[in-house]
Design a protein around this ligand. Structure first.
Ligand SMILES: [Fe+2]
Ligand SMILES: [Fe+2]
Length: 361
C-alpha cells in the first residue's frame, strides 16, 4: 500500500529534489582517539534492532481514539467547535490529527536519513563518520517504523511548510556543523520532546511502543550532536558563533509554529482561523508548545551557543528554564522505558506460551 492512497491533502510534488553542494572529506589519519565518540559508536552498533521483529505489528490502534491520548491534550479541546461536534466527528478529527503528527514524524525521519548520510561524507573526523554511519541505518529503521504505523491510521498528511523550509535550509548549507545544528540539535531535539508526549500519554501500546523504541535511538543522535559540536564551537570566531546563534533563534521561532496542524482543520473543512485562534490562546497548547523545547535548550547551552541573542530569545519564548534540565538523566530514562517494553512483550509471550501448553495437555 502506498501513502498516495490515504493522503488527505495532495503533496505539492511526488518527488522533492534538494540540490547539494558540499565537499566529501577523506581522513587519512584514521585517528580513533576521541573516546567518547568511539564509545557512542560501540553503543550504536550493539543497540541495533529490527523493526520487523521487535514490534508486534498485529497490534491495532484504537477505534475512536487511535493513540488513546486523553482529549485534554487535543489542540482544539475546549473550543466551541469541539464542544459542538458529534462523537463520530470527534473520532474522525482525533484520527486525522494523530495521523498528521505521525506524518510529520515520518517526513522528519526521511530528512534525518539524508542528513546523517551527508554527515558521513562531510564531517572531517573518522570517529564521527563511524558513528554517523550507524545513525543512517537507525534513521532508515525509523522511516520504516513510522511508515508501518501511519498506514494503520488510514490517513496521511504532506510535510508542513515550516519543517520543509528548515530541512531545505539544513540540507543546502555546505558547512558540516550546520547539518548537525539543524538536524541533531533542533529537529531531533524537538522530535524527542514530541515523541515523548505520545510515548508517555498514549494508552495504546503500539503507538507508545514505536515512539519508545525510536527515542532510544534518538537520544544517541542528540548525544552525537552534543559531543561533536561541544568540541568544535569553541574553535570558531565570535562572528562565526554569532551566525550559528542567529540560525538557532530563527529556527526555534519557526518550529514553534509547526504544531498548529492547520492542514488537518483545512482537510476536515473546519473553520481554520477559529481553530488556529483557539490554539494560539489556549493555555494548555502554550504549555505543549514550550515543552517541545525541553530537549533543545540544555543541548544549546552545552555546546556553547549561549550568547545574548540566544538567551534573550529563549527568555522571550519562556523556555530559558529548560537550561537546567539534566539531559543525561532523561536519556538514561529513554533507554529504560524502551527496555521495559521489551520486558513486557517477553512476559506477555511467556504467559501466552504457558496458556497454550496447558490447553494442549
Ligand atoms: Fe530518527
Ligand atoms: Fe535521529
Amino acid at each position: 500500500m502506498s501513502l498516495n492512497d490515504v493522503y488527505k491533502l495532495t503533496p505539492t510534488e511526488e518527488l522533492w529534489a534538494v540540490p547539494q553542494s558540499y565537499d566529501t572529506v577523506f581522513d587519512w589519519s584514521y585517528d580513533d582517539s576521541r573516546d567518547e565518540l568511539i564509545k557512542l559508536y560501540e553503543k550504536g552498533k550493539t543497540q541495533q534492532w529490527n523493526a520487523t521483529h521487535r514490534i508486534d505489528w498485529d497490534q491495532e490502534l484504537g477505534e475512536d481514539n487511535p493513540n488513546g491520548v486523553p482529549d485534554e491534550f487535543f489542540p482544539i479541546f475546549g473550543s466551541d467547535i469541539w464542544e459542538k461536534m458529534s462523537d463520530a466527528d470527534k473520532a474522525v478529527t482525533r484520527r486525522n490529527y494523530q495521523a498528521w503528527t505521525v506524518s510529520q514524524f515520518l517526513h522528519g525521519e526521511q530528512g534525518a536519513l539524508f542528513c546523517a548520510s551527508k554527515i558521513v561524507q562531510q564531517v572531517p573526523d573518522m570517529e564521527a563518520k563511524f558513528y554517523a554511519a550507524t545513525q543512517v541505518i537507525d534513521e532508515a529503521r525509523h522511516v520504516e517504523a513510522y511508515q508501518k504505523l501511519l498506514k494503520k491510521y488510514e490517513a496521511a498528511y504532506p510535510i508542513t511548510g515550516p519543517l520543509k523550509t528548515l530541512l531545505d535550509q539544513v540540507m543546502q548549507d555546505s558547512r558540516w556543523d550546520m547539518t548537525y545544528l539543524g538536524m541533531q540539535v533542533v529537529i531531533e531535539g524537538l522530535a524527542l520532546a514530541a515523541f515523548a508526549m505520545t510515548r508517555d500519554l498514549a494508552t495504546n501500546q503500539l503507538a507508545s511502543q514505536v515512539n519508545a523504541y525510536v527515542m532510544q535511538d534518538e537520544a544517541r543522535h542528540v548525544a552525537f550532536g552534543r559531543l561533536t559540536l561541544r568540541d568544535y564551537y569553541p574553535e570558531l570566531t565570535e562572528a562565526e558563533r554569532d551566525e550559528r546563534e542567529e540560525f538557532l533563534v530563527e529556527a526555534c521561532y519557526h518550529m514553534r509554529d509547526r504544531f498548529m496542524a492547520k492542514e488537518v482543520w483545512e482537510a476536515l473543512g473546519l473553520p481554520v482561523e477559529e481553530c488556529m485562534a483557539h490554539i494560539e490562546q489556549s493555555e494548555g497548547m502554550k504549555l505543549f508548545r514550550s515543552n517541545l523545547f525541553s530537549r533543545i535548550v540544555p543541548v544549546v547551552k552545552d555546546i556553547g551557543l549561549w550568547g545574548d541573542r540566544v538567551t534573550k530569545a529563549y527568555a522571550d519564548m519562556g523556555i530559558l528554564g529548560f537550561a537546567q534540565t539534566d539531559i543525561d538523566a532523561l536519556q538514561e530514562n529513554d533507554d529504560l522505558v524502551a527496555k521495559q517494553f521489551d520486558e513486557r512483550r517477553r512476559y506477555v509471550e511467556s504467559v501466552a506460551g504457558e496458556a497454550r501448553a496447558t490447553a494442549a495437555e
